[in-house]
Design a protein around this ligand. Structure first.
Ligand code: NAP
Length: 243
């Protein structure tokens, strides 16, 4: 049976990923900083750890190994949204943005890859980015820097670990209907305005992104690594037709 480590499993995307993986028989270790937020998450193991710290990420991997076994699959979901231009971003906001996304991604990659290398095990990991890392979107400087760092890290790690049988990819999402985006989607008018930004319209769902993540982890993607896959209604790749 495959084992997956899912930091951020108490969040919208993490829950959707866990549900998909569990449905195909993967044993999942859900990680959150808060035992309370994990209370209603059904998982093989519930691990309370802060993966934005070096020790927290190491603890998450070690506890998963102790409770379930070696996590050959990793889905890194922690992250935030910060809509603010650079000149209105406080030091605390910058540091929190980098900690939630980039620190946590790097520390988790470090602990996970070390465990798999030690066990001489193949594996697959997926990290989460944003459209704002791929194209200039106003007022996203901090989050674009954090997620752009993740995309660059994914390409380098994919190169480093390919000879060891580890596949490492990222997905880049547009606005997705999860608790994180609730403030941006709190009225019908706001939903309509947001949807208009995407050539295909609509607002993304956690489940559609989880479906791509599930595929990237599976055997059908066994020759796919070092890629950033966009699920964004055409936001980054095409210009909407202006009538
Ligand atoms: N929703 C969107 O519109 C959108 C758009 C672009 C990118 N994304 C990315 O998609 C991923 C999933 O987000 P989501 O929409 O599922 O959001 P969510 O429901 O808020 O879940 C995000 C998770 O991130 C964790 N987290 C937040 N700050 C952290 C920190 N400082 N250290 C460690 N963990 C932290 C939280 O874990 P705890 O349980 O420990 O609090 C939370 O469960 C994130 O990487 C996000 O940046 C989302």
């Amino acid at each position: 049976m495959s084992i997956a480590l899912i930091p951020g499993a108490a969040g919208g995307l993490g829950r959707a990923v866990l549900t998909r993986l569990a449905a195909r028989g993967v044993a999942c270790a859900a990680v959150s900083r808060s035992a309370e937020r994990l209370a209603d998450v059904e998982a093989g193991a519930r691990i309370c750890a802060d993966v934005s710290t070096f020790d927290g990420a190491a603890t998450a991997v070690a506890q998963c190994r102790d409770q379930l076994g070696l996590p050959t699959l990793l889905v890194h979901c922690p992250g935030t949204i910060l809509l603010a231009p650079a000149h209105r971003t406080s030091e605390a906001q910058w540091r929190d943005t980098l900690a939630a996304s980039l620190d946590s991604a790097f520390f988790t990659l470090r602990a996970w890859s070390a465990a798999l290398l030690a066990a001489k095990s193949p594996g697959a990991a997926v990290f989460v980015s944003t459209v704002a890392a791929q194209i200039g979107v106003a007022n996203h400087e901090a989050i674009a820097a954090a997620k752009g760092g993740i995309e660059a890290m994914v390409r380098s790690a994919a190169a480093t670990y390919a000879p060891h049988g580890l596949r490492i990819n990222a997905v880049a999402t547009g606005l997705m209907d999860t608790p994180l985006a609730a403030g941006l989607l709190r009225s019908e008018a706001m939903r309509e305005a947001s949807a208009k930004q995407y050539p295909l319209g609509g607002i993304g769902s956690a489940d559609e992104l989880a479906s791509l993540i599930d595929w990237l982890l599976g055997d059908d993607a066994q020759r796919v690594t070092g890629q950033v896959w966009s699920v964004d209604g055409g936001f980054t790749a095409i210009r909407p037709l202006v009538r």
